[in-house]
Design a protein around this ligand. Structure first.
Ligand SMILES: *Cc1c(COP(=O)(O)O)cnc(C)c1O
Length: 609
């Protein structure tokens, strides 16, 4: 969480407040204000951004003032239009633009939408007689309806008396995109003269307790669809209308009460949620730590994938789509998609590599029984990558009536974020289930296997910015990381672009995508989603590679110790207990992403059962 102190006027006072190292200092260039700055701004540390505050000034005045005073940001408090912001953005490309909206008892958040692309932050203050400085807070609960992902400044009458309320607010979902706290009149001796001691105390109280919150959003997606340097939407122009339609609507639709209601109802009655959080007693004894299994294997269709396909089919319906396409490798995502299409009575076309169709006959049969058309991809290596290319081609040709259901946290923005949000039900449940069982919402470690990364994204989601929760991502090392036959993307990958997103990717020196290999079809992907690339590159996540052998043995061990036959993907996560130790008092939650029925033949062949 950042701090902005606004309405600075006097040189000595500016220097004294600057010594407290706020992130932003605001200067009001509006001559009707009691805090109008009519002196020169003293030289300040580069770490503090100087914000010029304007009310309906001409674009020209703003530009001149920015250049003259060497400002790093402008805050627009009047009725400045989208076009106005756009002009400033073009003329002053390095300047942060903060657009202010005043809230009384209600607010129509739809008015923000056209400003999304032309400003960097929103600022919410209390509607009063004058622009700013009215000394009253508004009801922050309104921000529960905030449907954007653009970070915002919270402003309007915040004083020391609000410290406790702010701490509560920070713990609520409504504060998720709160980027900074903006203070002004409540810390003044007279207009423009700040009480240094009081600001210091406020900063210490609020920001030492919530020092961690300074990382808010840094591990989640930003408003441009990036996780750190990864993500974005690298797509051919012809795909742009489809992706853009989704980007503009997904958050709005997901925030609609009727959407939430239908999604929750289906997860409960159709999927069978909440999935249990099961304390694995014998496994825990064996590895001398407390292990909980999040039982996604008990979902309808046998894995976590259905959480996402339910969400996306509801999204497609809201967007008025009649036809669903999907890609599939081993057929798991194809089956989950065919399932929800049958449920909703929508046409379903699944692209699948010709080689995979031959290898995965039971899943092909399932899809057909569920009413889907399975179309073989005949180009390239005739596997997942080629099926994906065919699906993209179909979407380009059918931009109006078709929705493409992507099966993991991969693809162009907004897919990774949308899929992560649908899967986040997993960690939302873990929080309250752990509270019931352990008296706390946070485990010490969360372990999940990563193919594209959707079950991991779901299990990590609520903990991304809780840096005291260790996130362990498990990749498939196949026959060994150095064998040339693996899918250990973080260990071997370099930055590149696959399926519309910039991420870590296994490739040759000249940028050809390397064929991945893993015994588990679900982990057999040459990239990871951008969220995980960022977790790896930033050091936030711990990445472990597990070989076929290690995974198969760990899977068999779970059968014998707990009476649960896991999917081979999930067995990779289970194998972590052999390669890494945990403390006896540690609470470890493992995402058991799927059940092993689909892998029976693999287990039979491997163990010669
Ligand atoms: C598809 C699949 C995976 C891998 O996909 P993610 O998007 O990385 O979760 C893992 N486990 C099971 C059971 C799967 O079916």
């Amino acid at each position: 969480m950042k701090l902005k102190v606004c309405g600075m006027k006097y040189a000595d006072n500016i220097e004294a407040i600057a010594s407290l190292q706020p992130d932003y200092l605001g200067f009001i260039f509006y001559d009707k204000s009691a805090r109008f700055i009519d002196t020169e701004i003293p030289n300040l540390s580069k770490a503090i951004k100087k914000v010029g505050v304007f009310v309906n000034a001409s674009e020209d005045t703003v530009i001149k003032t920015v250049l003259k005073n060497n400002l790093q940001a402008v805050q627009l408090h009047g009725a400045e239009s989208v076009a106005y912001c756009e002009t400033l953005k073009t003329q002053l490309p390095d300047i942060e633009i903060i657009k202010v909206f005043s809230i009384k008892d209600e607010f129509n958040f739809n008015v923000l939408t056209p400003f999304e692309s032309v400003c960097d932050y929103f600022l919410f203050d209390t509607k009063g007689k004058l622009p700013g400085g009215n000394g009253y807070t508004f009801n922050w609960n309104i921000l529960e309806q905030y449907a954007s992902t653009k970070p915002y400044f919270l402003s309007g009458g915040i004083g020391s008396a609000e410290t406790e309320n702010l701490i509560h607010f920070f713990e609520s979902e409504a504060s998720k995109y709160c980027f900074a706290i903006d203070v002004n009149s409540k810390f003044e001796i007279q207009p423009g003269l700040k009480d240094v001691k009081q600001v210091k105390q406020f900063k210490e109280q609020l920001f030492s307790k919530h020092a961690k919150k300074q990382h808010t959003m840094s591990y989640n997606v930003n408003e441009n669809g990036y996780y750190g340097e990864f993500g974005g939407a690298y797509i051919p122009e012809m795909l742009y209308p489809n992706v853009e339609e989704l980007r503009q609507n997904y958050l709005k639709i997901m925030a609609e009460p009727s959407f939430k209601e239908e999604f929750d109802q289906l997860l409960k009655d159709y999927v069978g949620r909440p999935s249990p959080l099961y304390f694995a007693k014998r496994l825990s004894e064996k590895y001398n730590t407390k292990i909980y299994l999040k039982r996604e294997d008990l979902n309808h269709t046998g894995a976590h994938k259905i959480n996402n396909t339910i969400g996306q089919i509801l999204m497609a319906k809201r967007l008025g789509k009649k036809r669903i396409i999907a890609e599939t490798g081993a057929g798991q995502h194809g089956v989950a998609t065919a399932t929800v299409c049958a449920l909703m009575g929508l046409e379903c076309i699944v692209y699948m590599g010709e080689i995979d169709i031959a290898r995965q006959a039971p899943n092909v049969a399932r899809m057909k029984m569920l009413g889907a058309t399975v179309v073989p991809a005949l180009s390239g290596s005739r596997t997942l990558k080629d099926a994906t290319n065919e699906a993209i081609r179909d979407w380009i040709n059918n931009p109006v009536d078709t929705h493409y259901i992507i099966g993991s946290v991969v693809g162009p923005h907004p897919y990774p974020d949308m899929v992560a949000r649908f899967q986040s039900v997993v960690s939302q449940e873990i929080e309250w289930q752990l509270q019931e069982k352990e008296g706390r919402t946070k485990p010490d470690h969360v372990i999940a296997c990563v193919g594209g990364g959707s079950n991991a994204a779901g299990a990590f989601y609520q903990y991304l910015d809780e840096t005291d929760v260790n996130l362990i991502a498990v990749e498939a090392a196949g026959l060994g990381v150095d064998s040339g036959e693996s899918a250990a993307t973080s260990a071997l990958g370099k930055e590149g672009i696959i399926h519309g997103s910039k991420t870590l990717l296994m490739q040759t020196d000249d940028g050809q995508i390397t064929e991945p290999y893993s015994i588990s079809a679900g982990l057999d992907y040459p990239g990871v989603g951008p969220m995980h690339a960022h977790l790896f590159a930033s050091g936030r996540g711990e990445f472990i590679s597990i070989t076929d052998d290690e995974a198969m043995k760990a899977g068999m061990e779970l059968c014998k110790l707990e009476g649960i036959i896991p999917a081979i993907e999930s067995s990779h996560a289970l194998a972590v207990f052999k390669t890494r130790t945990f403390k006896p008092e540690d609470v470890v939650v493992l995402s058991l992403s799927g059940r092993g029925d689909k892998d029976l033949q693999n287990y039979i062949d491997y163990f010669k059962i």
